[in-house]
Design a protein around this ligand. Structure first.
Ligand SMILES: Nc1ncnc2c1ncn2[C@@H]1O[C@H](COP(=O)(O)OP(=O)(O)OP(=O)(O)O)[C@@H](O)[C@H]1O
Length: 305
């Protein structure tokens, strides 16, 4: 569905993103991780055609039938919001402080050709879909009257308004507290048609994504199915990230703790978690899981040891 080949982003002679290639299949949820400055945001912005002044992209990126790199702004404008859309970290900078929420959600639909009445009605549906309580009341509110989590849900409603095929999220939950973050992540995972999710939080990747791409110094240094990359990280940056996180790479010796399989039954018995995990002997066929306390833990099967 999305195919990126040899994407290079430069500011003058300086290459900030080099030769990045990856793809996203319909329905797939891909995490893009990497340290600060590794080029994650520029990669996403080049797909959206939203690179800052003086920064240019080369290479190819195709979303379905549409080229995204090296095409005129007028064409990208038609694609943005309709074929692909993006949710940013800070909703206050993206929302118009002087415009009511309902009108802002409706506007993105009228811009893409829906009638005013239709857009207004659908705006209420969308606010309900992102699980905002009392959508009619929220629609009449101004951004400052909502909480940070509610504003981020509004941004998600706006991003979904024209049924895009791909949703890009750039650290959308970083500014939210842990409980609100978890709800937002569940919502994104549920509603995204296909997802490119930028974060440097491994637990977030573990809870939302099927596949992960790791960037370092402007390049992709490894990628693959989540459990594969987390279980056998090849690049020293990924290894360091895993070591510093609450996730434990496969192969690490962990104490076995007796206990019962959690009621949630998410984990088949037989695997071992690190001892801080409340699920103790619970299981895991899938390597990382986000547990009820909001943290991800990895486990390894004794048989693999
Ligand atoms: N407008 C610009 N002009 C020149 N260099 C830029 C510009 N924007 C970003 N950069 C540089 O490009 C590199 C990649 O930036 P980018 O924002 O994509 O990183 P990132 O991985 O998203 O980081 P973070 O996690 O901190 O958001 C950085 O070294 C950054 O300083």
């Amino acid at each position: 569905m999305l195919s990126v080949e040899g994407l290079t982003v430069s500011a003058g002679d300086v290459e900030l993103v080099r030769d990045v290639s990856f793809g996203i299949a319909p329905g797939e949820r891909v995490g893009l991780i990497g340290e600060s400055g590794s080029g994650k945001s520029l990669t996403a912005l080049s797909l959206m055609g939203l690179l800052p002044e003086g920064v240019t992209a080369a290479g190819t990126a195709r979303l379905g039938e549409h080229d995204l790199v090296g095409v005129p702004e007028s064409r990208l404008k038609r694609l943005r919001g309709r074929e692909l859309s993006m949710v940013f970290q800070e909703p206050m900078t993206a929302l118009n402080p002087l415009m009511r929420i309902g009108a802002q959600v409706a506007e993105v639909m009228t811009l893409h050709g829906r009638s005013r009445d239709e857009a207004r009605a659908r705006a209420l549906d969308l606010l309900g879909r992102v699980r905002l309580p009392e959508p009619a009341q929220i629609a009449r509110a101004f951004p400052h009257q909502l909480s940070g989590g509610q504003r981020q849900r509004v941004m998600l409603a706006i991003a979904l308004a024209n049924d895009p095929g791909l949703l890009i999220c750039d650290e959308p939950t970083t500014a939210l507290d842990v409980t609100v973050q978890k709800q937002m992540l569940e919502l994104i995972a549920e509603v995204a048609p296909a997802l490119l999710f930028i974060t440097h939080d491994l637990a977030v990747v573990a809870s939302v994504c099927d596949r992960v791409i790791v960037m370092y110094g402007g390049r992709v240094v490894e990628s693959g199915p989540l459990r594969e990359v987390f279980a056998r990280p090849r690049h020293r940056y990924t290894q360091g990230l895993l070591a510093a996180s609450k996730l434990t790479p496969r192969g690490t010796r962990l104490p076995t703790i007796a206990g019962s399989v959690p009621a949630a039954g998410r984990f088949p018995a037989g695997c071992v978690f690190r001892n801080r995990c409340p699920h103790a002997t619970a299981t895991c066929e899938t390597v990382p899981e986000l547990t009820d306390d909001g943290h991800a833990y990895a486990c390894w099967h004794p048989a693999d040891d």
